[in-house]
Design a protein around this ligand. Sequence first.
Ligand code: BG6
Length: 515
Amino acid sequence: MADIDQNRHPFLDGLSKHRGSPPTVIVIFGASGDLTARKLVPAIYNLGYDNLLPADFRLVGFGRREIPDDAFRTMARDAVKEFSRRELNEDIWDKVGRSTFYTAGGYDDAAAFDRLKKRIEGLEKDLGRKLQSLFYISTPPSVFEPILQNLGRSGLAARHLGTRQMSKVVIEKPFGRDLESARRLNQVISGVFREDQVYRIDHYLGKETVQDLLVQRFANSIFEPLMNRRYVDCVQITVAEDIGVGSRGSYYEQSGATRDMIQNHTMQLLSLMAMEPPVSLDPESIRDEKVKLLKAVEPLNLSPEHGDVVRAQYADGLVSGQAVPGYTRESSVESESNTETYAALRVSINNWRWAGVPFYLRSGKRMARRVSEIAIIFKRPPGSLFSDSEQFHLAQNSLAFQIQPDEGSTVVLNAKIPGLETRTQPVRMHFRYSTTFGSNTPEAYERLVLDAMVGDSTLFIRGDETEASWKLITPLHEFWSSVGRRGMETYAGGSWGPLAAERLLWENGHEWRRP
Ligand code: BG6
């Protein structure tokens, strides 16, 4: 009997047979940065482990610091050791490590990009074949533009255009900081690359459970008929973290919860949850539906009285019994900071399916625990056969998709308590990924790096999608900058957010589900 590798996820056996990437060189801009060490290099290593890297594969780090190839290999190996979901296997690392190189240069230094081009041509010459170049921009956003311009000017962007080895570019978030800068960035990109060469990342789309949303919604006939204003009372999307801003204070001061989490990750969950069924699973059909949904979102009511938005900052508090400092006491944070670490939005979607159903979105740092979920709360049954009382303890039916941790879904039903009397109690039906499929699933970045290499853009954001979501969020920032700290709430670190966010739901007769 063949050995089963417990480290290998079953989905890979089907995958490797029909997905192949052309020979590829991945060039990471921002090679000594945090994301490279924590996510990108471990993702590449794990793809190597699963035999999903092309036979001819090269990795080139690019950054401002002078680092010899050998030293960069050691940095990459250390990153795998510290951050990979699997332990470092020397044989596998050996192959990836031998394919790893480094080129130093400034992002606005044209000569450095000419050197990079020569290096890629040299790698091709050694291998005796053409390589696809995948340029991964993982730098601070201030240098996105010079990198893109230099990729264009040096001819790197246009290498092997029209063939399987054509160049591609992956762009990390944040994609702009408002509608205007996102538009400007899209213009710069389209001046250099064709849209089918561009992969805008939102790593939430690489999460297994986010991809599963489409399957849950459209491969099961029991849920979809209920997903509309006739049966749904409200939808709640929570992306909560228990961590604070840690050492990222200076980044976060420029960003805040709406730019860091709501405009991208939370809006992606909203569009996948609420969009119409696409005509097919091809990338454009799915992205067309997401854009259509985002365009149907009504502008937010920003009025301080009964408006649609609550913002807040965490104050001192307790997380897992440990005292934690409030946001304005974190390092690199202004003591009078106007940056929100929590935001809750009430979103209305003006289409036939959802008109009148509030979608509540919330995201925050230093909340009670790390949890992301989408909960669909259904209307109560009509009539009063069973009405909530001491005898009949009833809950509204709900269907919750747990994105992380504890991935799965839960349905809440009312059931009769066994016995001679008729008494009821809410009960939960759970599906758990880990119980059914095991827990060693690939990380989001593995999936996304692989998809970009094979040219599947389904899980990446199209230019018009980013603009549609900035269109909703930008007026909010303009309003906040005009009012300073007015309306900024606080919440204790380790809590579920400010009281004002509870009130936002009470106004409609709803309350937040405790995930
Ligand atoms: C990033 C944000 O995009 O997502 C971080 O910049 C946040 O602030 C992170 O912590 C959360 O990602 P995950 O995958 O841990 O939920």
